[in-house]
Design a protein around this ligand. Structure first.
Ligand SMILES: NC(=O)c1ccc[n+]([C@@H]2O[C@H](COP(=O)([O-])OP(=O)(O)OC[C@H]3O[C@@H](n4cnc5c(N)ncnc54)[C@H](O)[C@@H]3O)[C@@H](O)[C@H]2O)c1
Length: 358
């Protein structure tokens, strides 16, 4: 039987998306007594006010130097909401101090970084979870549950679309330095949804990325990607940060599961199953979305706490072990976009596991 207790955390990165953690994702779990903020860290002092206001944490438990926080407070785990190229050092600190880790995605900005992080965590025998939040949103969970139920028969193919308009996702200034900005910061979520829907890891991937006319950014903001899963399910994905119009923005993505006995579509949070249509009319079934008390980051944090309390059997779905397959698909897609060639994903992962040094 799992034992409920208070888990003390240090949050590193309290501005940008970290602000949402402070005000939206965690206050409920803090109020419920399951979580207790031990310290907050951000290199920009002004961003620490989000932790003070969101969690009610004392100012003297807010630090601009993470090592000082680790040395000052007792904690059980860290939450990493820094940009992905600013995580390895903190995973190393957490492992050295015997703390578990809950991290934003992607775990690192390169496959090499992901492998080093995975290795550090395994060596230190710590637990690490990754917040693949969109896979755990209400709309996507409803489609995944329908497909997994088997009610529509065998799944053959998945088609996904995330297309946002310029000035929103395309406007993230800090992310412009990353060449494959869409794949690394956006599509990583959708790749994980493809894995969840197909219930398989990727066998091979082919990606083309580009910028639409009029978008003057160094990073590539559009992508077409084809993924063949190990179980034979075929996936086709379209992504864009900076189109002229948003069709399926964040939390409104389109995914279509082509199953034996029905075409299931989640589109702008409406779940529908279609059949027939050759005579001009479809048989249309509207499927209500699943209900539960929390979704996305809050639910993933709860899963992480359950895992911390319950041992191996309660391991969260998006543990670092599982997430390495998502990272492999992501960075194999990046390699494909760069080389113009399809990439064998499992061979790509093996090569990195064998060759990356500490
Ligand atoms: N829906 C989602 O899942 C979602 C949405 C947005 C961002 N994210 C993820 O959240 C993470 C942060 O993204 P962001 O857009 O907030 O980035 P950001 O550049 O705004 O940085 C977040 C915070 O980290 C701080 N920071 C930067 N480097 C640091 C360091 N070395 N040590 C301590 N603090 C540091 C910054 O000052 C800032 O307050 C990324 O991994 C991103 O992919 C996820």
């Amino acid at each position: 039987m799992s034992k409920r207790r208070r888990h003390r955390f240090i949050q590193i990165g309290t501005g940008g998306w970290g602000r949402e953690w402070c005000y939206e994702f965690l206050p409920g779990l803090v109020r419920s007594g399951r979580l207790e903020p031990a310290a907050a860290v951000d290199v920009r002092r002004a961003h620490l006010k989000n932790a003070v206001e969101g969690y009610g944490i004392e100012r003297d438990l807010c630090f601009t130097d993470a090592q000082e926080a680790f040395d000052t407070v007792d904690a059980d785990f860290v939450i990493l909401v820094t940009p992905p190229d600013q995580r390895e050092q903190y995973v190393e600190m957490a492992c050295r101090c015997g703390l578990d880790i809950l991290s934003e995605k992607p775990v690192a900005d390169t496959m090499e970084g992901c492998v080093r992080i995975h290795r550090m965590v395994k060596k230190a025998r710590r637990k690490m979870g990754v917040t693949m939040s969109h896979r755990f949103d209400q709309d996507q969970q409803s489609l995944q549950s329908l497909v997994k139920s088997g009610r529509l028969g065998a799944l053959g193919a998945v088609i996904g679309r995330f297309t946002d308009s310029r000035g929103r996702s395309g406007g993230y200034p800090m992310k412009r330095v990353v060449e494959e900005v869409l794949l690394i910061h956006g599509s990583v979520h959708h790749f994980d949804i493809l894995r969840a829907l197909s219930q398989s890891n990727a066998a091979r991937v082919f990606a083309r990325t580009w910028n639409p006319p009029g978008v003057d950014m160094p990073g590539k903001t559009s992508a077409f990607v084809v993924v063949e899963m190990e179980n034979g399910v075929l996936c086709q994905y379209e992504g864009a940060f900076a189109n002229a119009a948003t069709l399926n923005g964040w939390e409104h993505e389109y995914f279509r599961a082509e199953c034996e006995n029905g075409t299931a579509i989640i589109d702008n949070r409406q779940l529908t199953v279609l059949r027939g249509g050759h005579t001009g009319t479809w048989e249309v079934e509207r499927v209500p979305l699943l209900q539960r008390p929390m979704w996305m980051n809050e639910w993933l944090t709860e899963q992480f706490l359950n895992w911390r309390e319950g041992g191996a059997k309660s391991k969260m779905e998006t543990s670092i072990d599982d997430n390495m397959q998502c990272n492999a698909l992501l960075f194999a897609a990046v390699e494909s976009a760069e080389s113009g060639q399809p990439v064998e994903v499992q061979e790509f992962l093996r090569r990195h596991l064998e060759t990356v040094r500490e």
